[in-house]
Write a new protein. Sequence first.
Length: 446
Amino acid sequence: MTKINVNQWIDESKFNGFHAVLLLFGLIIIMSDGYDLFVYGSTVPLLIKEFGMRPAYAGVIGSYALIGAAVGALLLGSLADKIGRKYTIISCVSLFSVAMGLTGFTHSPEMFGLCRFIAGVGIGGTMPNVVALASEFAPLRNRAWSVAAIMSGMVLGGCVAAGICIWLLPAFGWRSVYFVAAIPLVFMPFAAIVLPESPIHLIAKNRLEELKKWLHKAQPSESLPENAIFDINKGSGKAPIVDLFRENRGFSTVLFWLLYFMSFYMIYGLGVWLPKLMMNKGFPLSKGLWFLLALNLGAFVITHIAGFLADRFGARPTIIVCFLVTFASIALLSYTNGFVALTVLVALAGAGNNAGQNVAHGYVSTFYPPPMRSTGMGFAFGLGRFGAILGPIIGGVMLGLKMPLTVSFLALAVPGLIAAVLIFLVQNRYSFSYTSNQAIRVPEAS
């Protein structure tokens, strides 16, 4: 019998049409997530008028989808172990597509919020499985790029949400843009055909012929022996939470948690309230939606440049500069009414925050040894979601209290300054990447 290591087989594959289809479907699914999460900010001024809501209550409803996402990530994480990643993804996308479509039929803020919560549950179960499936099948040389490309779908979804709203809202009202959110449901029968299943799940369920089919698609130029037996590395990178605080890592671990809290707070606070804040500056809704589009376009473009700068000058200084740019850009929004100047500032705010967070993903993960990276990132993301939940709520409370625009923008800007200080205080000398490099240095001759 010939023993085939599945991980090695996939690692050595070359990017081909199979990988491109997987990347495309992953991008479409994450774009749908981004659309669903950001479309609320585009419609909230109309929803406040439609339902007679106070801004504070609108902020709470804006957080329902994020609370649902946290619940979905916790409850649906084990679903993939039972039915596989492929059908977990299809089930979750179907759930949030149906829930978002039903949102357009609601006539009370309570039912609207319930549909948003259910949609959030589906979103929470989708993202980790899409990223994991892409990582499992991407060639080693293209893996980081493939995952980054798929994750860029989040801000692309925000761009699509703003663009669709600019087009549909004036003619068809706010309900139409929620009906559009149900469109991904159409793609799910195709996803059932073209998406692969996780190799780990196929081996666990003894579905070896199906595994051979997907491995052949990954390396179509190679033949799998008929009598092949398959071996796969099952390391998960999980560790007890206490390990995050050992070997002088505790202080930096807490800083990372606060960093993610601040970043998510700004992303979702701006995503929900930017159009309304710009309307309070005297702009019509159409211009408010333009600013939301600029926010996400800036994030999409500059994220890739920030990755290059991090490789050249280091991740930590790049992150610090990104968050300082975010702080300055948002803080300056209240001091000008010029349309071009505001567009530039909004684009810089989106660019700085998203680029800083995306570079932080790589920096934080390599701070920990490989066996605990999943735990380290999991807790950073999980606790960061509290910032995502509070951002829309606090923004709504401040608008409800009719606080000056300067105060409202500063409330969104100051977390950027705090994030820069937090990353500056990280004790880099205790990171795994630093200590590993120190260990392999050859001492100079005395």
